[in-house]
Design a protein around this ligand. Structure first.
Ligand code: S5P
Length: 456
């Protein structure tokens, strides 16, 4: 089967469509690929499998894997043709995270080639490869049906992967135009669209809003990435600790509803401290309701959070309406979305976290970044890599020593947090329950800053 035939058949069955489609990123695309239905055309699938088998038969691998769902049936046929064993990783995360994520039997130390249907950024293929590697397999080869990336091959090469592809986007456009399946006008639009996309990938759109920039500047000027979480229940203790620690912090995180003796004067005093010691204010309210309700919770009640907190924490769980309700008509305020909490057994799985990042990217004018926790620098780095450029990662659950508390809080060290890419650490009891909060704050600040400065 010639590649040209394959392209035309995909067009026939509606796997390649032209029109106007809204992508996950919010971009409007003049074309859309969805190869899922291919499995219902046995002659197509079969010819395709022989074509792939021919292209990979000389590569060095012992196992074949297909990424579910679309590429798995294709990989199954290829495995059969080449007489290679098939393994794959389940798509759904297991609720209780057992290690049995790989289906099929394999010998650790063997090489496995991974087949996928499409490649755009390469991110998901690399993630899959990493999972296999963790299980002891060696991954050096990828094969994709359609490569619509911006020369991702070079970047993958640097990471130690070789990418082969059946067809590239340019070839699809050329074949469809030659066969009068698309007009010259459409071809032009597709070209324009892809060159814009390419441009965007190259320059990397920046999602930094005005308040994010303020915080970043303060981190630089104050030489601190310490956020103090001052969770005490009375004003006296609050201001006593603040007085001693304020010079070391870039931002103060409050839970204003913990105070037993809250009065409006508290806010006046808090603002004075913020000016005197040059820190920003962050109310950790963790909004999680429908837009209409959070709108009132943010503006009204006794705390009137909107009037004094530069940032608030928000759960993206209820959907975009929460951000619309909170920030509609408000300027000079921003938020951090909870992407991966520090508490043991939290229900934020990989998919949830990814969706939180997508929400934050879409609402970047009112989202400055994410609250992310991980137990190791390596795990944290994976989260950091997915955060839209320009937005920040703040990490709670930090102490000088790792450990946990009595109700599921997990602690990672300052060093792991910064090594993993945290822009700021959030520290509560490590400082406020220390014998001397002032020296504790100084120590956290210095340890974090030293590593941060090294750019690790
Ligand atoms: O996942 C999270 C998110 C947050 S904002 N885990 C957290 O611990 N926090 C907050 O950070 C928590 O509400 C508390 O105010 C602070 C951590 O306090 P510590 O005393 O455990 O350091």
């Amino acid at each position: 089967m010639k590649k040209e035939y394959f392209i035309l058949r995909l067009h026939d069955i509606g796997a390649i469509k032209f029109g106007e489609f809204t992508l996950k990123s919010g971009h409007k695309s003049p074309f859309y690929f969805d190869l899922r239905d291919m499995i219902s055309y046995p002659e197509l699938l079969n010819k395709l499998a022989y074509l792939i088998a021919d292209e990979i038969k000389d590569a060095d691998f012992e196992y074949i894997s297909g990424v579910p769902y679309t590429a798995l049936p294709v990989a199954t046929l290829v495995a059969d043709i080449l007489d290679k064993p098939l393994i794959f990783i389940r798509k759904e995360e297991k609720a209780y995270g057992t290690k049995n994520d790989i289906i099929g039997k394999f010998e650790p130390g063997s090489k496995c080639l991974i087949i996928d249907d499409l490649i755009t950024t390469g991110e998901s293929l690399v993630e899959t490869a990493e999972k296999f590697k963790k299980a002891g397999l060696e991954i050096t080869d990828f094969y994709v049906l359609i490569d619509r990336s911006n020369n991702i091959e070079n970047q993958l090469n640097k990471l130690g992967y070789k990418l082969r592809s059946l067809i590239k986007l340019d070839k699809i456009i050329e074949v469809l135009k030659t066969n009068n399946r698309i007009s010259g006008e459409q071809k032009k639009r597709i070209k324009e669209f892809t060159s814009e996309l390419k441009h965007e990938v190259k320059t990397g759109k920046n999602y930094e809003n005005h308040l994010t920039k303020l915080l970043k500047d303060k981190i630089k000027n104050k030489k601190s990435n310490l956020i103090l979480s001052l969770d005490v229940d009375n004003q006296k203790d609050f201001f006593q600790i603040l007085e001693k620690t304020a010079k070391h912090i870039v931002m103060l995180k409050t839970h204003v509803d913990i105070l037993n003796d809250f009065t409006p004067e508290f806010i006046v005093k808090l603002k004075e401290y913020a000016i005197k010691y040059d820190f920003m204010i962050f109310e950790d309210r963790k909004f999680a309701d429908i837009g209409n309700t959070v709108r009132k919770q943010y503006r009204e009640g006794i705390y009137k959070i909107k009037n004094w907190a530069h940032f608030v924490t928000v759960h993206a769980l209820p959907g975009e309406g929460i951000l619309q309700g909170l920030f509609d008509g408000i300027s000079n305020r921003s938020s951090f979305l909870l992407a991966k909490m520090s508490s043991k057994g939290n229900l934020m799985n990989e998919t949830y976290t990814r969706n939180v990042f997508a929400t934050g990217e879409k609402y970047a004018d009112v989202v400055s970044g994410y609250i992310c926790h991980a137990n190791t620098a390596e795990e944290l780095k994976k989260l950091k890599n997915k955060i839209p450029k320009g937005q920040l990662m703040l990490m709670p659950g930090v102490k000088l020593q790792s450990g946990k508390d009595a109700t599921g809080q997990q602690y990672t060290t300052v060093e792991e947090a910064i090594k993993g890419g945290a822009d700021c650490i959030i520290v509560g009891r490590g400082i406020i329950e220390a014998e001397n909060p002032e020296t504790a704050a100084k120590e956290y600040r210095e340890r974090a800053w030293k590593m941060y400065k090294q750019g690790v």
